[in-house]
Design a protein around this ligand. Sequence first.
Ligand SMILES: C[S@@+](CC[C@H](N)C(=O)[O-])C[C@H]1O[C@@H](n2cnc3c(N)ncnc32)[C@H](O)[C@@H]1O
Length: 288
Amino acid sequence: MTQHRFGGHWTEAKLSVLGHYLGAFSTALKGKGFQLRYIDAFAGSGKFVPIRGDGRERLGSAQIALTVSGFHRYHFIEMKPRRCKALRQLAEMQPHKGIEVHEGDANQHLAEICRSTGWRGTRAVLFLDPYGMQVEWQTLEAVASTGAIDVWYLFPLSGVTRQLALNQDKLDDDKRRSLDRVLGTRTWREAFYAEEPTGDLFGAAPAVERHADSLAIETWVTARLRTLFPLVEGPLVLRLGRHGKLDSGPPLFGLYFLAANKSPAAQRAARSIATDIMGRLKKQAGIR
Ligand SMILES: C[S@@+](CC[C@H](N)C(=O)[O-])C[C@H]1O[C@@H](n2cnc3c(N)ncnc32)[C@H](O)[C@@H]1O
């Protein structure tokens, strides 16, 4: 099979956060009587080779999750048939693990998993690791409504910023629609853009320009996620730094931790684990 090549130094950072969280989550919920699930909505093939690096194959999120004990079921969602085939081979090699491979769009399969699961006795960790702007706000609504899923969401800060053209005239309908889908509202238009006085004596319409920079966009996205999830931590901003550095360069992704559970005790436990893991990675990688 051809190798799945993607990512860079930020890929290892997000996967390290995921691996540590899964271990701590399964330990914290051990013996509490819940069925534990791991949902990988953009599962890949289980392995990857970073675009920059030594060319060696690494374990992807699906295989990392399989190394963590304590989970009773795994949902691997993936669009590409070739990658699904590799995931099914993983499932065949470990039939006792309860692995289900869902071929197709993450939004559709996630909505179905959220709808068809009895969440009272189930807790899950969901990894949202898209290349770009594939996660729809409606999907986040379905996830939040379960009250039982902890999420690591690699939010596409650079993808969204790129779509938000500096001049509003340059925002075509496709861009507007994809921003509406990801952000779940049309209010970003007023939040990010304002009329610029032209000083034109002949009555030309004033230009509508984006005043929000990437930090303002990130802050707005964080507030928006807080309207849906009772607990939002992060983002850990992963940047396209030179020489493998995560602390400089333009922001690529914001890694958020979101918890759907409304119980204060569950939130305290999840917050403590998630912030500890993010804090350690920040220190190690010198991330702000
Ligand atoms: C960044 S990669 C995920 C890598 C994976 N988490 C890992 O660690 O190996 C994104 C994956 O999402 C898949 N994908 C893209 N759009 C999708 C969609 N709408 N639904 C499901 N999968 C999708 C791509 O084929 C790709 O394998």
